[in-house]
Design a protein around this ligand. Sequence first.
Ligand code: PLP
Length: 365
Amino acid sequence: MPRPILATVHTAALRHNLDRARRSAVDARVWAVVKANAYGHGIERVFEGLRGADGFALLDLAEAERVRALGWRGPVLLLEGVFDARDLELCSRLDLWHSVHCDEQIDMLAAHKTLKPQRVFLKMNSGMNRLGFSPERFGSAWTRLNALPQVDEISLMTHFSDADGPRGIEHQLEVFERATRDLPGERSIANSAATLRHAPRTRGDWVRPGIVLYGSAPDFPEHDAAHWQLQPTMSLSTRLISVQTLKAGDTIGYGSRFAADGPLTIGIAAVGYADGYPRHCDTGTPVLVNGVRTRMVGRVSMDMITVDLTPVPDAAFGAEVTLWGRSALTGAVLPIDEVAQAAGTVGYELMCAVAPRVPFAPADE
Ligand SMILES: *Cc1c(COP(=O)(O)O)cnc(C)c1O
């Protein structure tokens, strides 16, 4: 038998979350953002649940090829555009749309020999200060692109730094709207947080939700997934492989960081940081055992964690342990955002960090 750890992707939940994003962006088309191997879920595993999207947006050309290999003939957008002039050949061959965020990418296009003009998304740096042309230079970049025979339609995009927080989007939205006022073309500005929190102002022609498709709240802890009616799309589960009975003063694990203050039964679960379960989780991190909520105690080891069995006294060797997502036993949900918070990070990172050694079950409904 392999170790009992297992990740499961929930197709129906992906479909539900996509629909939820759509309801916040009525009349806009939806890019399902599937970068980073669909936020760690696996592009092939999420495809069925997300094929109702209008297009797939990602970064990596190899991932774009995988989307085409699945038979997807609709739009595919490279969110960071090409990294090298040779990438443009693949864009032609696979009919990929790509973002253009810097002069070097325009140079590559101008030098590219193609029979078929390419659809591009011209990106503005409206305040995030990562990728994109400044508002002052945006118009001239557009003019230059528009003059190229290699370029077909030009859409306009930008990305918000604070759609999930108190600073909000107004400062960037205003910059973007002012600098694009006289330009034609479709607009795409909203990520998940902007789609849910700032609709309809951020809707544009295309929204770009990522994290909400995977059932994590974009603005946790201000709002949780239940608030936004999102369902978990990934469950990480394992089993107890041992039970220990402690008396007052006994300690657990490396560094003896946890000492029992009275009699305590603990379970040893087969998951550790080598599976992608964050080592920053410490005593108190929520865990489900047989669908019952309890807490981790002591440190995360490479291959094991220890959990307090007080609320589930009959849990024994083989009991189901849910690290995040849904208990297959009871349907109880442990939001990934709560585990991420305990580790001082965000749900995105946990999903993306599930280790290669963790097997995935066939995607369920
Ligand atoms: C990753 C990404 C998104 C999706 O962001 P979420 O916060 O996951 O919704 C949207 N747009 C761009 C340009 C991105 O890189």
